[in-house]
Design a binder for this molecule. Structure first.
Ligand SMILES: *Cc1c(COP(=O)(O)O)cnc(C)c1O
Length: 381
């Protein structure tokens, strides 16, 4: 019997998305900062205690706003992991910064705090951390290093909605945080993002940068009697139609997260025995200080050959699994600019991580098929 294909990801409607989009249109205002944008901001600020939030058109844009807000300029150094998405790096390259790539930890793809400490120089202007798979970096250690050096920390929390370091929501710990609602994330709006601002002194300028360098937001609050060009900026705010879709997802975040966590647990419980017995792959570890928001389920294979074999085998069964980041310090764009240090863990995760299907509408039957395909592969090979 030929079974249906199982995609790696699938965007979905949870409930009232289309109703809210229609309401947004009926309200007579579908540009930015309309009724649903405000409802999203209120949701984030009350549920996660973020001091100030601003919806953006993407996490990429939120990161670009962060780089402008911290006045990153030519010759400044920014420390970030090599094992990350290109946007984490691009936002700072666009401002003329020199990227100083740090390696990942031995036991996790997250940035290694000890590497950060060793890479700080008088020119370091920012440290960017990425909570890979929504699992917190060691923020206690990282914030202690950053605070003693007086360097701001930006959290790339693109994958980290509804996830915590101890009792602190990710995105609320550094001075700025950036989330993504791209269709591959837990909570989606097609494209979409959020900037969280935890340093109150940055709020006013953030509003200006997001509104093309104008003080339009102050004008609408009646704080100034006309608005004009006061700083650099761009158009970083999304249409209220995007916010309408997003708000319908946020209303159901607990149900969405519960289903994802159930899928994650089934994968973990079904695969951990074979992982340990065969020694051919490892599963993610969740440190005591972190929660798991079930953004991603990945295997760390023992070699790139094993990974390629498994991808190909799953493909013959109609199951789409994918590898992930390629070390940025070895990218075509940056290899010549990198200072030559080897980043072995980043390269290892580039070669060996395999992500398997994980999305809200994945059925129990499909989860079982994915698990059997992996168990079969390791029994046969
Ligand atoms: C998805 C992702 C981004 C980019 O998010 P967009 O909303 O697509 O711009 C940035 N960083 C990380 C770690 C991501 O996973």
């Amino acid at each position: 019997m030929i079974e249906n294909k199982i995609p790696f990801n699938k965007p979905y409607l949870h409930g009232r998305e289309l109703v809210y989009i229609a309401q947004s249109v009926a309200s007579g205002k579908i540009s930015g900062d309309g009724m649903f944008t405000n409802r999203c901001h209120e949701f984030f600020e009350s549920k996660y205690n973020f001091k100030k939030t601003l919806l953006t058109t993407s996490c990429t844009d939120a990161l670009e706003m962060a780089a402008i807000l911290l006045s990153i300029s030519e010759g400044d150094e920014v420390i970030l992991p090599s094992f990350t998405f290109v946007s984490t790096a691009n936002a700072f390259t666009l401002r003329g910064a020199k990227l100083v790539f740090a390696d990942s930890c031995d036991n996790s793809p997250n940035i290694d705090p000890l590497q950060i400490e060793a890479l700080i120089t008088p020119r370091t202007k920012a440290i960017v951390v990425v909570h890979y798979a929504g699992v917190a970096c060691n923020m206690g250690h990282i914030m202690a290093i950053a605070e003693s050096a007086g360097i701001p920390v930006i959290e790339d929390a693109a994958q980290a909605i509804d996830s915590y370091y101890k009792d602190k929501p990710l995105g609320s710990i550094g001075c700025l945080g950036a989330f993504s609602f791209h269709e591959t994330k837990n909570i989606i709006s097609g494209e979409g993002g959020l900037l969280t601002i935890n340093d109150l002194s940055l709020i006013k300028r953030a509003e200006i940068i997001r509104e093309k360098g104008t003080n339009r937001s102050s004008f609408f609050r009646g704080e100034v009697d006309k608005y004009g060009w006061v700083d650099i900026g761009s158009s970083f705010l999304p249409s209220d139609i995007i916010a309408a879709y997003l708000f319908a997802q946020l209303e159901n975040i607990d149900a969405i997260q519960a289903r994802r966590k159930a899928i994650w647990k089934t994968y973990y419980d079904s695969l951990i025995y074979v992982a340990e017995k065969s020694g051919r792959f490892m599963l993610p570890t969740i440190p005591d200080f972190a929660t798991n928001n079930a953004h991603m389920f990945y295997l760390i294979c023992d070699s790139i050959e094993t990974r390629t074999g498994l991808i190909d085998y799953m493909k013959t069964l109609g199951i789409h699994s994918v590898f992930h980041y390629l070390s940025l310090h070895k990218s075509d764009f940056y290899a010549d600019r990198h200072d030559g240090r080897e980043l072995r863990n980043s390269d290892h995760y580039s070669d060996c991580i395999l992500r398997i299907p994980m999305f809200f509408e994945l059925s129990d039957r499909e989860v079982t098929r994915v698990i059997y395909s992996i168990l079969d592969f390791f029994n046969l090979h």
